[in-house]
Design a protein around this ligand. Structure first.
Ligand code: SAH
Length: 355
């Protein structure tokens, strides 16, 4: 049975499903899930991410984390963790850049949170020679200082969608129409988790709720509060996002969300406010949300690009200049992507970010 048949059978049996259930089946179904069955990254895949665009991204994030580790008195041992490491490129670049930081590698225990067997295999290859621990979820991270990065992880977590109707909300659902998958709306009901959205929405507005984002952030924040550490969370999205941001990408092009379940990447914008609320209730401080371009410029991406450029010419030089622009320019990834930093209350944010 194909995934579309599995989903149709399930809807016939138990009724329309939430967008979150649909997303979760499409991305992580053990046999047919988008991430479980393939490596979707890079030119031959469906999308490209910052670490795949240039080594500079992982290097600079690594140096920011390593400086935060030095500023906190070089705790040892500590968890050097990544959520959704893709091909392992970011972690490999981070490790190469921090090789020169005395004691950092010796104190670091590498922990990767990854759901996809295909991508775990790619990570193993990229990080050959390092002792790596894999886990299915953040709750498995050890109770010790935690220095963590996550790039384009939270946008892959399933979201639910609700349309405002008076003081209640109608949930957007995936059902069947003439045998094909189709969106519909549930009946209006109050939603406690959306109480704060009654103040900034009107009838008909659509809002999104990511059930896993808060608990995942809470687990990270609790470790940083108890043992020290820092987190750099990079993703596209904004503060309290509004509107339908669910999108499907296939071969680098936008596709219809319901058209090819399991064969297209599905993502939604990250509501960074929700992450900070979870961090705050775990007693953790967070830096002001910062556009990716500004963050990378503050960390010296232009100087790093100039150093790399001095050894290049021809196509590689043109590619380097394009990569710098792509990562930082406001019309490319520079403004759409944001960086959220978590750090211990009373401490200082990781370099590149402001309190
Ligand atoms: N950070 C990488 C990859 C981003 S793609 C990069 O920037 O290139 C999203 C990553 O998160 C993939 O590695 C995917 O397999 C992983 N992932 C998605 N949902 C997950 C979940 N619920 N639990 C663990 N890993 C997940």
């Amino acid at each position: 049975m194909s995934l579309i048949e599995i989903l149709a059978a399930r809807i016939r049996e138990t009724g329309p499903m939430t967008v979150a259930d649909y997303m979760s089946e499409c991305l992580l179904h053990p046999e047919h899930g988008y991430y479980t069955t393939r490596d979707p990254l890079g030119a031959a895949g469906d999308f490209t991410t910052a670490p795949e665009i240039s080594q500079m991204f992982g290097e600079l994030l690594g140096l920011s984390l390593a400086q935060a580790w030095l500023d906190q008195g070089q705790p040892a041992p500590f968890s050097l963790a990544e959520l959704g490491p893709g091909r392992g490129t970011l972690m490999a670049d981070l490790l190469r850049a921090t090789n020169a930081v005395p004691g950092f590698h010796n104190a670091a225990e590498i922990h990767l949170i990854e759901a996809s067997p295909a991508l775990r295999a790619a990570q193993e290859k990229a990080l050959a020679g390092f002792d790596v621990h894999w886990h299915a979820g953040v709750e498995a991270l050890p109770d010790q200082p935690l220095f963590l990065v996550a790039n384009e992880f939270f946008d892959a977590l399933p979201i639910r969608q609700f349309r405002r109707a008076g003081d209640g909300w109608q949930e957007k659902l995936v059902g069947l129409e003439g045998g094909a998958l189709a969106f519909g709306l549930g009946t209006a009901a109050p939603q406690t988790a959306l109480a704060h959205r009654l103040e900034d929405t009107q009838d008909g507005d659509l809002v999104e709720l990511c059930g896993a984002a808060g608990p995942v952030t809470g687990q990270i924040a609790a470790r940083i509060t108890a043992h020290g550490g820092a987190a750099l969370i990079v993703d596209y999205g904004d503060w309290r996002s509004l509107g339908d941001t669910l999108q499907a990408l296939r071969s680098h092009k936008r596709a219809e969300v319901l058209d090819a379940p399991g064969n297209a990447d599905l993502t939604a914008h990250v509501d960074f406010e929700a992450l900070t609320l979870a961090a705050k209730s775990a007693g953790c401080a967070f830096a002001r949300l910062c556009p990716q371009g500004v963050f990378l410029e503050r960390l010296g991406i232009t100087q790093r690009a100039q150093a790399l450029a001095s050894k290049l010419d021809g196509d590689p030089l043109t590619q380097l200049i394009a990569a710098h622009r792509r990562l930082t320019h406001p019309e490319e990834m520079g403004n759409l992507f944001k960086v959220l930093g978590l750090y211990p209350a009373g401490g200082t944010p990781p370099p590149g970010l402001d309190a």
